[in-house]
Design a protein around this ligand. Sequence first.
Ligand code: UD1
Length: 407
Amino acid sequence: MCGVNEGRLNNKYMTKKFIIVAAARPNFMKISPLIAEIKRVNKISRHLLKKSSRRLTKNRPITQLTKYPITYKLVHTGQHYDYQMSGSFFKELNIPKPDYNLGVKAGLHGEQTGKTMIEFEKVCLKEKPDLVIVVGDVNATLACALTAAKLHIKVAHIEAGLRSKDMSMPEEINRILTDHVSDYLFITEYEANKNLIKEGINKKKIFFVGDIMVDSLKNQKSKIKNKKHKLLKQFDLKPKQYAFLTMHRPSNVDDKKILTSLLETFNIISQKLPIIFPIHPRTKNRIKEFGLNNKLKNKNIVLTSPLSYLETVCLMINACLLITDSGGIQQETTSLSVPCLTIRENTERPITITQGTNVLCGHNRRKILKETDKILSGKQKKSKIPKYWDGKSAKRIIKALDNKILT
Ligand code: UD1
C-alpha cells in the first residue's frame, strides 16, 4: 500500500489527504513526477518536524510543506489494463502499486464513464479525501472529477484549459466538463488561460505551471539514453534515419476510407525512409476489421506492439520525424526538438505549432508528403521550448496547493 502510512509523519500534526487518479497510458507520465514530488516534500517535512529547526524554516525551499504533510491514495481506474498499456509504465516510472484498481476496462463511452463514477464514489466515501487530482482528458478524468465535485470534494485538474474547439472529439468534451467542475486548474501554456477566462472560469483558480510531462522526460533522461543502442539494433534502425508513427484517434482509425488513405500515405513515405509503427489496440482491431492488413505488408514499415515509455521516448529522440495523432507526443516532440507532423485537423496544444516543432497536416496526403520532404531535406521549421517546460511543473503544482489548501 502506498501513501497514507508514508505521509502520516506525526499524529500530533494534521495531514491532508489526496486521491491521485490514473486511468490510461497518457496519464502515467503525468502522475509519476507528482508522486515523486510529494515524497520529496514529505521527506523535508519529516526532517523539519524532527529537528524543529528555525534556520531551515527561514530558508524554506520552494515547495517546503511545514506542518501538513500530504498523504495520498493512488487510484487506477483500469481504463487501460494490460502490461503494454499500463503495467510497464508503472514499473519504468517508479509509480507505486495503486491502492485501488477499479477494474473498469474498455467499453462504450457512457458505460466506461458511468462504471468509473460508480466505483470511484465508493472510494471517495471511504477515504474522505481533501482533494482529488485528475490529469489529462481521458474518460476517467471526467468521471472522477465529476464524482468528487458532487461529493463536495475539491478537484485539481492538471493540464487544464486545452481546447481543440472540436466537440466531435470525446477528449474535448472531457476537457471542458472537467475544467468546469475543478477548483484548481493547472495549465501548461498561456493560451489555456485565455480559453478558461473566456468560458467564465475565475482566474484565481488558474495556475500556470508548465508541462508536467517534461518533468518525466527529464527525470528519466539517463535511463532513456541507456536504451538507445539495444533498441535501434532490435528494430534495425539508424539514428535520425527513420520516422516514428503513432495513430489511434477514432477520427483516423474508425473510418475505413480515411484509414486506408493514411496507410497508403505511410507506404509512400516508407519508400524514402523506414517507419516504426507501434500499433495501438484500437488501430489494430480496425485494420483487421476493415481487411487492411495487406497495406502493412511492407518491410520498410516496422510493426510492433505498443512500446513502453522509455522505449517510446528513446525512439522519439532518435527519429528524424514523428507522425502522430496523439496529444502528448505533440508536447514531447516540442520539448525534445524533434519535428512532428500531426495527422489531425486541429490541436488543443497550439503552442506546439506557434513555438514548437509541430505542423498540422490533417489527412491531407499532399501536405503530409510535402512536410516530410521538407524535413528530410533539412528545412524543418525553427522551434523553441515553451515557458515553464523545464521539468519543474510538479514542484509548482505542489507549491500552489501548499499555499491554497495546505495552510
Ligand atoms: C484513450 C483516450 C485517449 C488517449 C488514449 C491513449 C479517452 C476518451 N480516450 O483512448 O485520449 O489518447 O487512450 O492510448 O479516454 N485496449 C487494450 N488494452 C489496454 C487498453 C485498451 O487492448 O490496456 C483496447 C480496448 O479493448 C479498446 C481499445 O483498446 O478496444 C481502446 O481503449 P479505450 O480505453 O476505449 O481508449 P483509447 O482509444 O485507448
